[in-house]
Design a binder for this molecule. Structure first.
Ligand code: MN
Ligand code: MN
Length: 465
């Protein structure tokens, strides 16, 4: 009897994280698969922030959202989205309550680490033509070598014509590659640290070796430029006004014999973007105005007009507020935001990097982060316990399986999200997102069940009564 009592007491008093598989309703199993399948399709067609935003726009239209125009008459239940920028998108469903009562916001980012082409990228060296790159966001450079890469982006010609470029997405397309040094000759490079051994200037992608038939210098470069001109009508100077990126040539795949995980490029942070998007698409007649924000530039500090620091968010919400004679600041002061971003999942193969008592685990549900930051929470908005309580109540009521998380061991490094920029606006905010393995690698891994819990959390936020 005493033993049973003790077991009961432990159960009552201890916080014991459980696998989401042990607590999920069996009736949800199909929903997990359906959501994951749509997510994989979304990822395969969304390898840059522009492609994400375009796909989000198409989905919004399909679900009855209209482009927002300033001064538009809006009634509760109306669904609108911003369409004045190709690199971020904001969707809103007008609530029954006045905006004076605040918003329910979910904010995520759709830019992912990648290799951008430099403004003057093309050169020839010893009969090989290359594109020079400048990496975007935090990458471990060696992961991008000897792996097939696709070229995605846009080139703007001087007359303003925008040309979309996609090479490698079709199975019959060629791919590009940054070559690596053979192990046989790597004795010197192997003595260096990873940081010293791989330089940013060394990330040059091989794009061709076949010379132009005419005699002269730069015959391979000329042949490549001719090919680009024939296909896209561009000349070398047009690279200056281009946004071209090399991304991994790999579509999303199920991972594991149990197919419980998804491996893909760009989970950070397209998984939260997609979960938030799906949740707002399904939101009908909410009590509070629901807003899903999918921004760009998070990986380089949320700068730029399409980043979370930009006034674009305030302009959109300000317009909505004005239509109801509400002060933007008063609306913000009553709002609640779930900042949706991936968090680091515990990896037993790198146990030294994590505090296993405080790290989120893959398959254990949504990660809830009171704070992010580095070296003493620096750069984090550190949600108050009152905000944590609001989040905890919301998630428990919606039967979302969640777990606590922290960004690895103290003093080892760290990271941030868009949460701080919501907090600066006096919006209560906490980070809730999906645990990811191999974050920022060309092939990141998440659990389908965690994606589902994330979607459920954002849906609960938008539909809070
Ligand atoms: Mn992120
Ligand atoms: Mn990131």
């Amino acid at each position: 009897m005493k033993k049973e009592e003790r077991t009961e007491r432990c159960k009552r008093l201890f916080y014991t994280p459980k696998s989401a598989f042990d607590v999920i309703d069996t009736s949800d199993a199909d929903a997990v698969e359906t959501l994951s399948s749509s997510y994989k399709d979304f990822l395969d067609g969304s390898k840059t922030e522009r492609e994400c935003v375009e796909n989000a726009r198409v989905m919004a239209e399909q679900w009855g959202f209209r482009p927002y125009r300033r001064g538009m008459e809006l009634s509760p239940g109306d669904k609108v989205y911003t369409d004045d920028n190709n690199k971020d998108i904001m969707l809103a469903v007008i609530g029954k309550n006045s905006l004076d009562e605040g918003l329910r916001v979910m904010a995520a980012h759709c830019d992912s680490p990648r290799l951008d082409l430099k403004p003057n990228p093309l050169y020839e060296d010893e009969g090989q033509a290359f594109f020079k790159t400048h990496y975007y966001g935090g990458v471990k450079k060696y992961q991008w070598l000897a792996t097939p890469l696709e070229l995605h982006g846009v080139i703007t010609k001087k007359d303003g014509t925008v040309i979309e470029v996609q090479v490698g997405n079709d199975p019959y397309d060629p791919v590009l590659v940054i070559n690596d040094l053979l192990p046989h000759l790597s004795a010197e490079i192997s003595k260096k640290t990873i940081g010293e051994g791989f330089s940013g200037e060394g990330l040059n992608a091989l794009v061709g070796i076949k010379p132009d038939p005419d005699e002269g210098d730069n015959r391979v470069k000329l042949a490549v430029m001719q090919w680009l001109h024939d296909k896209y009508g561009v000349v070398e100077e047009d690279f200056l006004a281009a946004e071209l990126s090399l991304v991994p040539a790999q579509n999303a795949r199920d991972v594991g014999f149990d197919r419980s995980m998804i491996g893909a490029y760009g989970h950070d942070d397209r998984c939260c973007s997609f979960a938030g998007l799906q949740a707002i698409l399904e939101t009908e007649n909410p009590q509070y105005t629901a807003v899903c924000v999918i921004v760009d530039k998070e990986e380089i500090g949320s700068e730029g007009v399409s980043g979370m620091k930009s006034m674009r968010f305030d302009t959109f919400i300000g317009d909505l507020c004005r239509s109801q004679d509400v002060e933007l600041r008063h609306c913000y002061a009553k709002s609640l935001c779930l900042s949706g971003d991936v968090c680091n999942a515990y990896d037993p193969n790198y146990a030294d990097a994590h505090d296993k008592r405080n790290n989120a685990k893959i398959g254990y549900g949504l990660g809830v982060f009171k704070y992010t930051g580095r070296g003493g929470k620096s750069g984090s908005s550190d949600a108050s316990c009152e905000t944590m309580t609001r989040a905890r109540r919301l998630l428990d009521k919606a039967k979302v399986k969640w777990q606590v998380g922290e960004m690895g061991k103290v003093d080892l490094g760290g990271g941030g999200t868009v949460a701080v920029f919501l907090a600066q606006r006096n919006i209560e905010v906490v980070d809730v997102g999906i645990p990811v393995l191999s974050m920022h690698a060309p092939f990141e891994v998440i659990a389908k069940i965690d994606l589902f819990m994330c979607y459920k959390a954002y849906y609960a936020l938008f539909n809070e009564i």
